[in-house]
Design a protein around this ligand. Structure first.
Ligand code: TRP
Length: 401
């Protein structure tokens, strides 16, 4: 901060959350029977003037991007990422993994980040970190990512990426970094104590992930939108200050999925810490046991009514996603089979759908050197991308001596 009590930022701050209408969807692919976002157009309930410079709101922009993706997949470099905090579960699978594979099959350049530095924002990395990192690589490969085409990397292994954090921090004020609603939520969920400075600044680090790779598309759930918005702000400010003529960084677009949110087996938000998930790596028996314990209601007749019967509807939806059928058809077939009938169908559907994925995951998990080789290769490619970016950034900042 300067002696005059001001901090210089080269463009006016804009709030991030207010411009994003609430949506019930998370990043993901389309479940059977849902409307195609590329053809249905903007949702009148969520479309409104965007006070920011992003143009249409993220939901309708996402529909546009989906059709651009189909038309010109090779013009997209897509970055997604997960924190290595344990095995991925069905929510990740339907929410993001399947989408990654779809982007890869379309022909886009897909990068998957193992966000190991983000683990230490609110907990100790712990001795299991290495296993969790390779477990994430295995989950992605088992779901269908092709290591010859996709790039899987860990950000702790890519020095140039992390160095970008410094110029990026200089473009932001403490106040605007502190306004991020997702950071606040993660802090309160972490159970108090003092907020680490890394948790405070991790969205800036995430901007470094995205911009180091020069990704132009970031598939996200709603909670990650503020981070992509901050990334756009950083890109624009960097351009204004250091590269006004050529606009070095392209502000990336977020891509919101249109999949209805899968709830956990207790009907609450799905999350590993609540113990209400089905891990991809669970056995068929464990899966049966988990589904047996799922919450339902007393009505014998099974129907698909997400608003009125959320727990039952969620199980129906899960079976429908596995079988790629409309949820109403799944419910009609179970009819008056009651909760037991429903759970039998869901268990069978999940186990059947995951069988080949699990078999492949078991093989991969037994081959640690292979997983390490895939990761090393991804790290190397990410290092080339980030190194090029950092070199250009240094030149633009006149830090070449
Ligand atoms: N913050 C993301 C999460 O918690 C993970 C992540 C880190 C990420 N860097 C990213 C996602 C870059 C997309 C792009 O899930």
């Amino acid at each position: 901060m300067s002696g005059h009590g001001t901090i210089t930022v080269s463009s006016p701050h804009r709030t991030t959350t207010a411009s994003f209408p609430a949506r019930t969807s998370a990043a993901g692919f389309l479940p059977p029977g849902s409307p195609d976002p590329a053809t249905t157009g903007p949702d009148p309930a969520t479309t409104g003037p965007d006070p920011a410079s992003t143009g249409p709101d993220p939901a309708s922009r996402s529909a546009q991007i989906e059709s651009e993706l189909r038309r010109a997949p090779r013009s997209f470099r897509i970055l997604t990422g997960d924190r290595p905090t344990g095995p991925l579960h069905l929510g990740h699978y339907f929410g993001t993994l399947q989408n990654r594979v779809r982007f890869q099959q379309l022909g886009a350049d897909v990068l998957v980040l193992v966000a190991d530095y983000q683990v230490i924002t609110d907990r100790d990395a712990g001795p299991g970190l290495g296993a969790d990192v390779l477990g994430l690589v295995a989950d992605n490969l088992a779901a269908g990512l092709d290591p010859a085409r996709a790039t899987i990397f860990a950000h702790s292994q890519v020095s140039a990426l992390n160095q970008l954090m410094l110029p990026f921090l200089s473009l932001l004020s403490v106040a605007e970094v502190g306004r991020n609603p997702t950071v606040k939520e993660e802090f309160s969920a972490s159970g108090g104590g003092a907020m680490s400075a890394l948790l405070f600044t991790y969205p800036v680090h995430q901007a470094a992930d995205i911009l180091a790779c020069r990704a132009n598309l970031v598939p996200v759930g709603k909670d990650q939108l503020p981070h992509v918005e901050l990334t756009r702000t950083i890109a624009r400010r960097f351009n204004q200050r250091y590269s006004p003529r050529c606009g070095f960084f392209q502000p990336p677009d977020p891509l919101l999925g249109a999949v209805p949110l899968l709830l956990g087996l207790d009907g609450q938000k799905m999350s590993k810490s609540r113990g209400n998930t089905i891990p991809l790596s669970a056995t068929e028996d464990e899966t049966a046991r988990l589904i047996k314990g799922a919450r339902t209601d007393r009505q014998r007749h099974i129907s698909y009514e997400p608003a009125g019967r959320p727990e039952v509807a969620n199980l129906v939806l899960l079976a429908a996603m596995c079988q790629r059928r409309p949820p109403a058809a799944v419910a009609a077939e179970i009819g008056s089979g009651g909760a037991a009938g429903l759970k039998a169908v869901v268990t069978e559907a999940v186990n059947e759908h995951l069988r080949p994925i699990r078999a492949r995951r078991r093989e991969l998990a037994a081959d640690r050197p292979y997983l390490q080789a895939v990761l090393r290769r991804g790290n190397d490619r990410a290092a080339v991308l980030a190194g090029d970016t950092l070199n250009s950034v240094r030149e633009l900042m006149r830090m070449t001596y």
